[in-house]
Design a protein around this ligand. Structure first.
Ligand code: XBP
Ligand code: MG
Length: 267
């Protein structure tokens, strides 16, 4: 997919006060949702339920963020009510299946993710994870790539039920800003879905959209730029983006993005 410019980036480039890069997890760090879908279906079967989500059904239900919320919505739309505690029980089972799937084979991170995670400290940037997914899932995804002590790479991790209102509500991003004691224009977010972009924007944070497979057709209005992925020197974008010197995102681009966005906001 060729990069789409959502808003000009040829603004005067004020030196950004960028301090932190806040990354979403599912769909942004890796294409995890197909494994989530498998895990949901295995949990349904293990719980003796006939429910099984096709790719199309799951793509539709993915509009609802949060696995427990998604389970409740899926059964509600079929007119089926679940016993008290059943949603939590199914979701616990689903998380176990997701972790087992990830332990069986590590899931590749998307282009540019490992490069930016590993390079942030040298670029004097803080890192945060701002995700709806359960904490166990983050460990299952990142430990094979960054080691058991991967959490040490991040200055803040806000996940799952740490916030009540999930994306597109701004809560997860506001919690990260509060933890880091930052203003919104000192951060930039990276997201794969419309709900994620809306969440970051509602918190006042400029956001790069890198649409994932399940959200390829989403409306990413509000994102400062929409890119196929973060790219890498050995995996550059097939078509160059006029606002990027290279075929991938560098930290200088993130600083320019944040500066340009702040310039727009101040205009
Ligand atoms: C995407 C989500 C999550 C996952 C499933 O999270 O909405 O609900 O689909 O994980 P992200 P859980 O914000 O990282 O894109 O079942 O643990 O919720
Ligand atoms: Mg996501």
């Amino acid at each position: 997919m060729a990069p789409r410019r959502v808003s000009g980036m040829e603004q005067p480039v004020a030196e950004a006060r960028l301090v932190a890069v806040l990354l979403d997890v599912d769909g942004t760090l890796a294409e995890t949702e197909e494994r989530h879908r498998l895990a949901f279906n295995r949990a349904f079967a293990q719980c003796g339920l006939t429910e099984s989500w096709s790719v199309d059904t799951y793509r539709r239900l993915l509009r609802i963020t949060g696995g427990k919320e998604r389970i409740a919505a899926g059964f509600r739309e079929r007119g089926q009510s679940l016993a008290a505690g059943a949603v939590e029980q199914i979701h616990r089972c689903k998380t176990e299946h997701f972790v087992a799937l990830m332990q069986a084979s590590a899931l590749a991170l998307r282009p540019g993710v490992l490069r930016l995670l590993r390079g942030a400290n040298a670029a004097r940037l803080k890192l945060g994870l701002t995700t709806t997914t359960s904490p166990e899932n983050v460990h299952a995804l990142l430990a094979p790539h960054l080691g058991a002590n991967w959490r040490g790479l991040f200055d803040v991790i806000v996940a799952g039920d740490q916030v009540v209102a999930k994306k597109p509500a701004p809560d997860v991003y506001r919690a990260a800003l509060t933890a880091l004691r930052l203003a919104p224009d000192q951060a930039v977010a990276i997201e794969d879905s419309r709900a994620g972009v809306q969440s970051a924007r509602a918190a006042g944070i400029p956001v790069i959209a890198t649409p994932s497979v399940f959200f390829a057709d989403d409306d990413f209005s509000g994102a400062t730029v929409v890119l196929p992925n973060l790219g890498d020197p050995d995996a550059p974008w097939q078509r160059r983006h006029p606002s990027f010197d290279n075929g991938w995102v560098e930290f200088a681009d993130l600083k320019r993005l944040a500066g340009a966005e702040r310039g727009r906001a101040a205009a």
